[in-house]
Design a protein around this ligand. Structure first.
Ligand code: AP5
Length: 228
């Protein structure tokens, strides 16, 4: 099973993917997380992408596509993939379709997490992240047990460099121009599920899980009918 998560910066894609991957034994492939790991390691890839990320620009397609292609191999233990932050434009979407076709796989569901702009800004400005395990926190919505320290690793949490206000504005603009048009691409294929992401984390998780459960039981055509 391949599931995509689409939504503007700060919509809660990473937060949901973290939980969904555990519930459904899906391998999470978070484009931003993989890139950030490479930047921290100062690998060849990390050095190449760092400046794009700092400025809130998209990393060039060929780099990203190559990176994702190498990640889409989770072995026999997992039931499929949850893709967060990929694809982000038409070219990436077409390359993903092609790649999955070659492997005899296809995208089953695409979740579009919709959140109002003031709420996005609130979520992004309060976000804190662990640089070791990449667990996400929020200064109001998801506090660590000990102030400013990761619950898992015990190391200080940081604010992402691309979460500065001017960079966030750029990322939001890029989302509207490059990624939002993909919603129609997937809607036409009857794969898109709109989710109201303004509610609290638990409620958003409940909505998404209900669609996945229904899809697993009845297939794509009855997924709306099953959601209460
Ligand atoms: P990436 O890391 O993918 O950033 P993004 O898509 O902008 O998304 P975010 O990580 O900002 O937000 P999110 O939706 O995951 O929200 P989160 O769960 O953290 O990409 C970063 C950069 O990498 C890009 O700018 C680009 O340079 C590059 N890149 C990545 N993919 C690429 C691609 N395919 N092509 C080219 N370049 C690429 O939640 C946010 C906060 O809100 C957290 O603090 C969380 O605790 C809190 N929160 C979450 N849900 C809720 C809720 N329901 N209620 C209250 N608080 C909540």
């Amino acid at each position: 099973m391949v599931i995509l998560m689409i939504g503007p910066p700060g919509a809660g894609k990473g937060t949901q993917v973290e939980r969904l991957s555990r519930r459904y034994s899906l391998s999470k492939v978070g484009a931003g997380d993989i890139l950030r790991q490479e930047v921290i390691k100062k690998s060849e890839l990390g050095v190449k992408v760092e400046e794009y990320m700092k400025k809130g620009m998209l990393v060039p397609d060929d780099i990203i596509i190559d990176m994702i292609t190498r990640r889409l191999d989770c072995g026999s233990e997992c039931q499929g993939y949850l893709l967060d932050g990929f694809p982000r434009n038409q070219k990436q979407a077409q390359r993903l379709d092609h790649l999955l076709e070659e492997r005899g796989e296809k995208i089953e569901l695409v979740f579009n997490i919709e959140v109002s702009e003031p709420e996005l800004i609130k979520r992004i400005s309060g976000r804190r992240v662990c640089t070791k395990c990449f667990r996400l926190y929020h200064i109001d919505y998801r506090k660590p047990r000990v102030d400013e320290l990761c619950d898992n690793c015990g190391i200080p949490l940081i604010q992402r460099e691309d979460d500065r206000e001017e960079v966030v504005r750029k990322r939001l603009t890029l989302y509207r121009e490059e990624t939002k048009p993909l919603l129609e691409y997937y809607r036409c294929q009857s794969k898109l599920v709109d989710i109201n992401g303004n509610s609290h984390t638990e409620e958003v998780f409940r909505q998404i899980s209900a669609y996945i459960d229904s899809h697993l039981t009845h297939g794509s055509h009855s997924k709306k009918a099953e959601l209460k």
